[in-house]
Design a protein around this ligand. Sequence first.
Ligand SMILES: Cc1ncc(COP(=O)(O)O)c(CNc2cccc(C(=O)O)c2)c1O
Length: 440
Amino acid sequence: MTQAPANDLSAYWMPFTPNKAFKAAPRLFVAAEGQFYFTADGRKVRDGFSGLWCSGLGHCHPRIAEAIAAQARRLDYSPAFNFATPDAFRLATEIADQFPGALNHVFFTNSGSEAVDTALKMALAYHRARGEGSRTRLIGRINGYHGVGFGGVSVGGMPNNRKAFGPLLPGVDHLPFPYDAKVSGFTRGQPDRDPMAYLAELEALITLHDASTIAAVIVEPMIGSAGVFIPPAGYLARLREITAKHGVLLIFDEVITGFGRLGSPNGATFFGVEPDLCTMAKGVNNAAAPMGAVIASSQIHDTMMDATAFGIEFFHGYTYSAHPLAVAAGLATQAVLREEGVYARAAALAPLFEDLMHGLRDKPHVIDIRNLGLAGGLTLAADPEGPGRRGQALFLAAYEEGLSIRANGDTIAIAPILTSRPEDLEDIFSRLGRAFARLG
Ligand SMILES: Cc1ncc(COP(=O)(O)O)c(CNc2cccc(C(=O)O)c2)c1O
């Protein structure tokens, strides 16, 4: 066996990537530091998307890198079943301290998708443990993204993530997409619209199926993957009221909104709404190693504990749950977030970011702009040749201008590193302006 040549691209089948186009013109990162990536062909690329929403502290943060290196020399792996590390308990406590109310118990996973499937299974098992096993139905939302597990894809509402994979989970409904560009286009922050325009459907579903059959509703507090769509003021609070009234669990999928993206510890805190379960991943440990988690209310946790007199209370888990390297990165990340006041700094940057986002209004083909915290989305009018072409063209033009952004079809997302300075934001948007100029 000899070492494979670096230019042999055939064996790696890439995720969520047009593989043929990529392998014809690969974009290979070989290093990164702070706000920048460095490519195999000598480019320096500014990170305008915090990795994939996930590296809010920038890249190769020395404190995080050192923590992982030291951990790898001390304890590289601990069995996650029937054994544990003290640091796993420490990190769980530091996470729980940042969530409101009774959200007190953290179950570690290895990704957002695993966190979503864990939360859905926890919801079903909880109802069974309390003698309401008839509650098996789940409710997601049109255009929701909840990862790529069969559970997450079933409650998710983006057609491309669903159509190739058969019938999916039975007993799943979807709420309306809580955004209407005709009414809320180019809105700064939360649209001012009657939330019941989008939530009457939930009451109708509860009437149709009866609350006794419905386990949980899962939503992103801010819709990320579909292109940064912000629900109207009052929507999440009203959703909480309706679900609580009918004993339906509310799950916030905080994989994007957790740990600073909104200038807040999480969406539950930002919006002042307390769900029963939250998922998280990405920023929990600055994506320096794979990690996700679910935080559960004491009601859910204690009910499950009390329902099993002897033995395993929740038959679920992963080999790498609370992996020591991921936990070490997590503790270092949480220390930096806390000691460097990152949430407040991100909140202080949000008004400049909002102005810069909406300053794109007159760029070619821009038909909507949205923003909240340090998350921005814009929609391009589709090229008559077909959807997604303009989004991909702007993504490639940005790369030529030394900027990494995100294109999902014809929606573009911008997510600056949370510890950016104003001049970092200015540079993102000047590069983006030049990328638009390339589109002609
Ligand atoms: C709300 C939410 N839930 C679950 C996942 C899945 O997480 P994992 O990928 O770790 O399994 C996500 C992930 N979200 C995600 C991942 C990559 C790109 C983009 C984008 O918006 O372009 C979004 C997410 O945003």
